[in-house]
Design a protein around this ligand. Structure first.
Ligand SMILES: [Zn+2]
Ligand SMILES: [Zn+2]
Length: 289
């Protein structure tokens, strides 16, 4: 399915249709809650007062936080047009490692713990399945192409983030979507994951057609500073993408940072996949036939 070859299938984009009624949505959400609800938290929706519309971290008094504003300036505006985050993970939960942090650590281990990979796949799969209408309403289009942020640890091609990207539902047409790998660019420096540069990643000549004039989804497992996924978005924009959406399974927050702690302190409810990660008050779950 994921290939460096551009021989992916193409076909009609008209086969998308709602898949989930209210009862099925409730059943799926109960499965997710039973598995990860106790230690993951819902992100605040886009437009929520006090959180950044880009990264869903704390943002005192403005729609976009300082870090995301700086990223926009550094990347000359070449960034994700939309961002979707599914859960908050809780770092620096001293003295004990929070279970959400343990999930992300074991997901990133070498080799990864498959249950942790499966937990994140489930979140991405059910979240995008249930809120596919909401996402499509927010974006105004389907995604033509899907890629993911290349690993900084040399596991390009078999990193579990590939499984997360494959788990995205609803707003891709499986018959038409092109799944492709980003290359490392001339500005890539191993281990420097917090560098924001448009040349950290690159679109190979072979995949220019999957990007130029297309709506592209780029997936990552974790948003910490956003430097990696925004650098990937910049490379896609330079290659002519019509739009880029960034999707992350987890927004990493730290209890040791006061503004993060204040935000986490308000997130006390179990993760509920029925709660919308897109726009507050405009969720469409259960309204479709
Ligand atoms: Zn932000
Ligand atoms: Zn929704």
């Amino acid at each position: 399915m994921w290939s460096r070859s551009s021989s992916s299938t193409t076909g009609s984009r008209n086969c998308w249709r709602p898949l989930v009624d209210a009862a099925t949505a409730a059943t799926l959400a109960a499965v997710v809650k039973g598995r990860v609800g106790g230690f993951l938290r819902n992100v605040y929706e886009i437009g929520h007062a006090g959180t950044c519309d880009v990264c869903r971290g704390p943002s005192a008094g403005s729609a976009v936080c300082g870090q995301c504003s700086n990223a926009r300036a550094e990347l000359n505006g070449l960034m994700c047009d939309h961002t979707l985050m599914l859960t908050y993970a809780q770092g620096d939960n001293r003295p004990y490692l929070h279970q959400s942090a343990h999930l992300m650590q074991t997901y990133k281990a070498t080799p990864p713990v498959q249950r942790s990979v499966d937990d994140l796949r489930l979140i991405v799969n059910i979240g995008t399945l249930l809120h596919g209408d909401c996402i499509r309403q927010e974006l105004g289009h389907l995604w033509d192409s899907v890629t993911y942020v290349p690993s900084s640890r040399g596991r390009q091609g078999d990193h579990p983030v590939q499984q997360l990207a494959t788990a995205v539902r609803q707003v891709v047409d499986p018959a038409a979507v092109q799944r492709f790998l980003l290359d490392l660019g001339p500005g890539y420096v191993p281990g420097c994951t917090r560098v924001r540069r448009a040349d950290r990643f690159a679109v190979s000549d072979e995949w220019q057609g999957a990007v130029r004039g297309k709506h592209v989804l780029v997936v990552d497992d974790t948003w910490t500073t956003g430097a990696s996924i925004q650098s990937a978005a910049a490379a896609l924009k330079l290659a002519g993408a019509e739009s880029v959406t960034g999707l992350c399974a987890a927004r990493w927050l730290k209890w040791s940072w006061p503004d993060h702690a204040a935000l986490l302190g308000m997130c006390t409810s179990d993760y509920d996949a029925l709660r919308c990660m897109v726009r507050e008050g405009r969720c469409l779950v259960g309204r479709q036939p």
